[in-house]
Every structure is written in C-alpha cells, then in structure tokens.
Design a protein around this ligand. Structure first.
Ligand code: MIC
Ligand code: SF4
Length: 753
C-alpha cells in the first residue's frame, strides 16, 4: 500500500520551473491553487495564460481513487479502453456497499456475502490492471486516501464528490464521474474549465465547543449549495494554520456541499505532523524542501481582494458551533438560534438518533473529543436519550481509538460502533421502522442531508453538526438543547452541565493497525481473467451508445419537468439501489423517481403522452424508448447537485432521453452528461422554464451547426397548436461536441486508440 515516493519526488522536481513560468504568465503573485494547477497542466497548456472561469485546460493528475459504488461503472468503461495497465497510481475502496444494521462485525460479514460478486469483480479488475484494492472494512475512501496517499501539492481525481477531503493535506483533489477517471487511467489528460478562486481568510483561534466542522457549516450558510460552483476555495491565515490536518480535511470534504470544484489549505506544521504520524516522514521532508511553493505568496494573503474572485473572512475566536438543516446542508443555524428555529418551524424536537463519524468526521481528534463528552455523561450519571452510532473512517482509526479506550467509553453511553463504511450516510441503513415514514429528527456529523438520504424516509429531518454537538444533543435527546448554556437532569434528579469537550489532534502513541485491508495488484496482470455473468443482475458489460444521427432532434416528448431541488439523489437514488451500480439496465429503473413533477407535485408520476395516463418515470420513458421516441427532461437551478455518480447521466442516456434542459447545472453532473454523449442545455432566460407545458412536443434545432459558444434553438409545440421558440445555452467546447457526435467520450477514445 506504500505510496510512491518517487512519483512525489518527480512532481516536486517540476515545481520550481513551473512556478517560475506561471509567474511570468500571470504577472503577479500567485495563490496556492494557481501554483498547484500550473504545476499539473499538460506541457502544452502550461505555456499559456488560463482565464479563470473561461479557458478549458488539460491537467495531468498524479492519482485516481474510486469507491466501490462508482468504480464498477468506471472500470466497466476502462475495460473497453484497450489498456493493459493503468497509467497513473489508482486505488479502489470498498465502502459504500456495506449496510449498517446491528454493528460492525455482523454487518461486514453480511456485506461480504451479499456483495461477493461485485467485490470479486472489483478485486480481479484491480489485480489485472495494476490498481490497489482496499477490501470491505478497510475504510471509507477519503479517510484512507488522507492517511495513505494524499500529499501536499499533489493533484488527484476521485469518483466521489467528497474527494476534496485530501485538500486538508494541501492536495488539489477533485470529484469526477467514472468516465473522467477512465480517461486518466488510460493515460489521457483530464480537462477542466480553469476555476475561479474564492479565498477564505481564517483569523483567530477556535476554542471550547467550536470545531473545524463549524467553519464549513458557516461557509455553507454564506455561499449556499450553489455558491462555490466553478470555484476552488483556498483557506489561509493564522486561523488556518491553527487547525489540525484532519480538521482541515473535514472542511475541504464538506466543501462539496457548496458545489466547489475543490477546497484547499496550504502546507504547514500541522500537515507535517500528520504526515509523520501516518508513517510518511519522507514526504514531509520533501515537502519542507519546497515549502514556499506549497502555500500562496505572502502578497496574496496580505491583500487577498486583489487576487481572489471573492473573499470571505471568518474569525474563529468568535465562531459559534452550528447546526445545518433540515433537508439541505446550507441552512445554517448558530447553536444560540437553533432551538428557536426548531420551535418556529415545527421540526420534531425529540432527537431519535445521533450519528458520528463518516469520511468527513472520524479523525482521532473528532473521536477523542466526542468521547470526552460520552465520558462526562457516564461520570455525571446522564443516560443518553437518543440512539447513538459511531462510524470510523478507516480500520487504522478504528483500531487506534479502540486501543486508546474511546470505543469502550462510547459503549458505556450506549453507542454502537458501525462498520468502517458509508452506512447510514448513503442510505445503507436498515433503520428500524423507517418504512412507517414517521416525522422524526436525526443529527449526524456527515455532510449531506437531502430528503430520504439516510434512511429512505422523506419525513426524517436530518441535521448536520460537529461530532461534539451531535454527541451532546444525543445525550440530551433534544434538538432544542444548547450545551453551551443549558443544564440536563441526570439519573439522580440533579441538574448537571456538560463541560467543553477536550481531545487530542493526534494519537500520543501513534496510529496502529493489525490488518489495514489492502491488497496489492499482480505484478503482471495479463493472466488475470475477469468474468461477468450474462445473467447477473448486478453487473452488466457496457454496450456503446449510438452516435448522433446527424440531424436536428424533433418530435421529442417532455418526460418530466422537475420542480425545485433535483439532486443526484433525486435522479438516481442510492440506498437499496446501490445494488445495481454495475448494471445499467437495472439501475435505470430508479431514474428520476425522486424528482417532483411540476404539474402534479408528485414524485414518480408523469403523464405518458402516448397513452394519456400517469405512470412511473422509468416505465414511461421505457415506453417512449420502445416506440423509438426521444424525450427531454426539464429542471430547475443547480440540477444534479450532490454526488459524482454518473449513473444520473447514463440512465437517461441509456433510456433514450435526448437532452436535459435546466436553469443551471452542478459541475460534475454537467460533465457527466457531456461525457455520455447527452445534451446538457441551460435556459438563456430562466423564466422560459414557465413556458413548458405537460403535453409539449419539443424540437432541438441548429445541431448541424453545433459550435462552442453558439446558442441552440428549442421549440415547444403545445397541444393547442401554439408554440414557443427559445434560445438555450450550452458550455460544450469543440472537443466535447465531438463526444456528442460520437455518442460518448468513450466511443471517441475507442476509435482513437
Ligand atoms: C455521496 O456522498 O453522495 C456518495 C455516495 O459518496 C456519492 C458517490 C456515489 O453516489 O456513489 C458522491 O458523493 O459522489
Ligand atoms: Fe461515504 Fe457519506 Fe462520505 Fe459519501 S459522504 S463517501 S457516502 S461517508
């Protein structure tokens, strides 16, 4: 599992020369983000000025990471690319498919049994193509990457939207769809529109109840789920340097929730300490050698307004703990205002379950601080009123916090340790009674809280907070409890107060682990064979999508006009559907079943224009497909926010939807649509959304002269014989238009190779 120190040496050797060139091109002091990006541009692009928010440029990432739920599709595509080995160091992590039910050991054993076919597939593909394989139970992708592979100044792409976690260690780490990963593993450059830059200046120092999580909860409140779109968020200032490396990771991780391309902190003492304690002193030494390149220039941080597109300042000394939610991660409440919000909005005040951990918040620091509260509960004879679960991010963290007694402490408070896996965070939670759909509240230290996400119940109000606040509220069993000011009544009827949490950033005895769960690939994988059964309901080899027919698209039906929030969880739900992530036909049966139909306010109920009756979205679309009729999907703002899952783009493509027309897109989803040869279009005038009627037949015109920067025309032919013609925008560059014409990016690669 050893990282490749020579690769890091090579990357660092490039830095001085590249930074000097970038200085000449840009002509002013550099942010950290620019340094890393310029150091990773392909040779050709590194000689040109990159215009933020405009230029498409090509990068050469150092690594690729994939998690099991997205790796299946990524690798099914890679298998078609005709390569013997991956071109850059890559890893697969088995974390998403493990369902949480009773506790770690039982749940893991069950997952190994239930998902055997998929694990065997991922393991043999990894073996064959030179990919490191992290077995089920080894941990959650982002935590394992932080502990083993992330390095300051590096660049990584990962098939998961929370890949930016590695930004805590100074790496530009970006979430992508599987098709992007496939390109990079095949040795092709990776393309991205050069991002805008948001600077977040952190002053002061945190204390008491405040945790790193509160920084991102606050930032999410300021920027909202759309505010980071197309931007990289760079954190700096004395406050930044005071945060632990893992705390920084938490902030970068949840930066996915504001739509940011990624987030990053500079290399500092805390990064070096974390590298050393995770057995990578040699990287720290190399990084020390080029330390000036691994942070932004002084001039930038002194006058950030001159160098960033937007600057936010947060004083950590004044930052209150926050609770965000429900149903969206950007509804931010300082704890002092939260109780009133709960009452005013009629959210269930009784807290059913508190869940800590996940890829975002399961560092030694998080666990030790939460455990200090659990210990107080025991000492003060408080009986926790809510259920309480702990999800360690990796086996290494789990083993270490177990050794140091923290898991025992949680046990005394009634806590249940779940497997080192995503579990409840991604709907892999066999929550007792969730099917009754009762209105209830839970609070987690995860990062996402869209409707139905954790337990499939649309009436579960999920809130997000630091592990410390989650623990305190779970002890109280009450969302209106403010641990900073309120008292609790203990088992003996006394009024007691929880003291501020205490903990340690890093384990004093170092990390330890017995079996980290890593499997190295074969030296020579040419003999490894991969079998996918044609009758499997979980895996299906891919067939190429058809090339564009060369004409305008006319006579399309409106499949659904989705109203309001339409995240990837609405488009391709996770939870039980994770089962089909390797089987495009089967998973397509969940297409858009969570999206709300503008015309009847219902989910999974749309009018079939051929029969006139209402039916489920996938079934209606299959009917159009069977009759050779294309369709379009219309959506609102930030369509496709959330996950990197390319299934949300592949399913409509597979079922014959021809275009997705929305007010705006989330970055990863828009790219995923393009890669799969789908038309992703945006309204020139957002109010045109209102013109679309339920019985519309739609034409997409000007495709024969489809060109970068040139609008297309769309005509809505209404049932009464009238019509509306509008202009729509797109962001395809010339290369991406070729993907559309070829039917998908992969089709194009196959012809080129
Ligand atoms: C998520 O947090 O939504 C996921 C599950 O990790 C996804 C990936 C997936 O859908 O497999 C993500 O964030 O990209
Ligand atoms: Fe897993 Fe949740 Fe992290 Fe996504 S956000 S990787 S589902 S723990």
């Amino acid at each position: 599992m050893a990282f490749d120190i020579n690769m890091i040496r090579e990357v660092y050797a490039r830095y001085p020369k590249r930074i000097e060139a970038a200085r000449k091109i840009i002509g002013k002091p550099l942010t950290l983000t620019e340094k890393i990006l310029y150091a990773h541009l392909t040779e050709g692009d590194a000689t040109q000025a990159c215009e933020r928010g405009k230029s498409y440029v090509e990068f050469q990432p150092d690594r690729v990471a994939m998690q099991d739920a997205t790796a299946q599709m990524a690798l099914l595509q890679f298998m078609q690319a005709g390569k013997n080995q991956v071109a850059v160091p890559s890893t697969v992590h088995c974390d998403h498919l493990i369902q949480a039910e009773v506790g770690a050991a039982t749940d893991l054993a069950k997952a190994n049994d239930k998902n055997k076919e998929v694990y065997d597939f991922l393991s043999s593909v990894s073996d064959k193509y030179g990919i490191g394989f992290w077995k089920p139970g080894a941990g959650i992708i982002h935590q394992v990457v932080l502990e083993n592979y992330a390095f300051p100044g590096g660049m990584m792409i990962g098939t998961d939207s929370h890949t930016p976690n590695a930004g805590g260690l100074g790496m530009v780490a970006i979430g992508v769809g599987g098709a992007d990963a496939c390109d990079v593993m095949a040795g092709l450059p990776w393309e991205l529109k050069f991002p805008k830059l948001i600077g977040v200046k952190l002053t002061g120092k945190m204390s008491g109840w405040t945790a790193a999580k509160d920084v991102i909860l606050k930032v999410a409140g300021i920027l909202t789920v759309k505010g980071g779109t197309g931007a990289i968020v760079e954190y700096f200032g004395e406050g930044a340097r005071s945060l632990s490396a893992t705390g920084k990771g938490t902030i970068c991780n949840m930066g996915a929730e504001i739509g940011a391309t990624t987030s990053i902190f500079g290399y500092d003492e805390k990064s070096a300490a974390y590298l050393r304690v995770t057995d990578r002193a040699d990287i720290a030494e190399l990084a020390d050698g080029i330390a000036a390149h691994l942070t932004g220039d002084d001039a930038v941080y002194t006058n950030p307004e001159n160098y960033f597109d937007q600057v936010i300042e947060i004083n950590l000394s004044e930052l209150e703990p926050h609770v965000n939610g429900p149903f969206t991660p950007d509804l931010a409440w300082p704890i002092s205002k939260f109780a009133a919000a709960v009452r005013e909005n009629g959210w269930p005040a009784k807290l059913e379950v508190g869940l800590i951990g996940s890829c975002t918040n399961s560092s030694y620091e998080d666990i030790s601080r939460a455990a200090s509260l659990a210990q107080q509960a025991v000492d003060k004879k408080l009986v926790a009123k809510s259920e309480y679960t702990i999800t360690p991010g990796s086996e290494q963290v789990r083993f270490t916090v177990d050794r140091d007694g923290f898991l025992d402490t949680f046990g005394k408070m009634g806590g249940v340790v779940l497997a080192n896996a995503c579990g409840p965070c991604i709907g892999q939670w066999a929550r007792h009674g969730a099917d009754k759909q009762e209105k209830n509240s839970i609070i987690t230290s995860f990062n996402r809280n869209f409707a139905k996400r954790a337990d499939g119940n649309p009436n579960t109000h999920a809130f997000v907070a630091s592990p410390e606040i989650v623990t305190a509220l779970a002890i109280a069993g009450d969302l209106t409890f403010n641990p900073l000011t309120d008292l609790l009544t203990n088992a003996e009827g006394q009024q007691v107060k929880l003291e501020e949490p205490t903990g340690l950033e890093l384990p004093p005895l170092g990390f330890a682990v017995k079996d980290a769960g890593f499997q190295a690939p074969a030296e020579d994988g040419s003999q490894v064979s991969i079998s996918v059964s044609p009758t499997s309901d979980r895996l299906q080899l891919l067939e190429s999508f058809k090339a564009w027919e060369g004409t305008d698209l006319t006579g399309l039906k409106l499949l659904i006009k989705a109203k309001g929030k339409c995240t990837t969880d609405h488009i391709s739900m996770a939870g039980p559907w994770l089962r089909y992530r390797g089987h495009l036909d089967n998973i397509s049966n969940n297409m858009l079943i969570g999206a709300v139909n503008e015309f009847n306010d219902k989910t999974n109920s749309v009018k079939n224009q051929l029969s006139g009756s209402y039916g489920e979205v996938p079934a209606t679309q299959r009917d159009y497909k069977a009759k050779g009729i294309g369709s379009i999907v219309v959506g609102d703002e930030n369509y496709g926010e959330g996950s990197s899952r390319e299934h949300a783009a592949m399913e409509p493509r597979f079922l014959g939807v021809r275009a997705i027309l929305v007010k705006s897109f989330a970055r990863i989803h828009e790219t995923n649509l393009k890669k799969q040869g789908m038309l992703g279009l945006t309204f020139n005038n957002p109010a045109d959304y209102d013109l679309i009627q339920e019985d519309d037949t739609i034409d997409i015109l000007d495709l024969t002269s489809f060109a970068a920067g040139k609008q297309l025309r769309v005509v809505f032919n209404h049932a009464d014989g009238s019509s509306d013609a509008i202009f729509v925008n797109h962001t395809y560059n010339e290369g991406q238009i070729e993907w559309f014409k070829a039917g998908s990016a992969l089709n194009l690669i196959k012809t080129e190779l």
